[in-house]
Design a protein around this ligand. Structure first.
Ligand SMILES: [Zn+2]
Length: 84
C-alpha cells in the first residue's frame, strides 16, 4: 500500500453491504466527520448564477431555451426553494 497506512484517517461511513466501516482514506468535511471520495458528497453544485446557467444549459429539457429564459427559470426556482 502506498503512502502511510498507519497515519491514514479512515472514512467514518458504514458500508451497507458488509456493515463495516469504509476502508478508504477520509477527508475532513464541514460537518466535522471524515468521509472518503465515495461517501463525501463533496460537490454542492454550481453556486454562482453564471455557473448554474452553464450547468442547466447542458440539460436536454432546456435545449430550446434562450439564456434569458433560462435565467428567469433559475431565479424562479431559487425563490421557490428559499421560501419553503
Ligand atoms: Zn467511505
Amino acid at each position: 500500500m502506498a503512502g502511510h497506512p498507519l497515519k491514514k484517517i479512515q472514512c467514518e461511513s458504514i458500508a451497507r453491504t458488509s456493515g463495516k466501516q469504509c476502508r478508504a482514506k477520509g477527508y475532513l468535511k464541514k460537518s466535522g466527520h471524515y468521509r472518503c471520495r465515495f461517501h463525501g458528497g463533496a460537490s454542492t453544485g454550481a453556486i454562482t448564477l453564471e455557473g448554474k446557467l452553464i450547468a442547466y444549459k447542458n440539460l436536454k429539457q432546456f435545449k430550446n431555451y434562450t439564456d434569458e429564459q433560462l435565467l428567469i427559470w433559475i431565479q424562479n426556482k431559487l425563490q421557490k426553494s428559499s421560501s419553503v
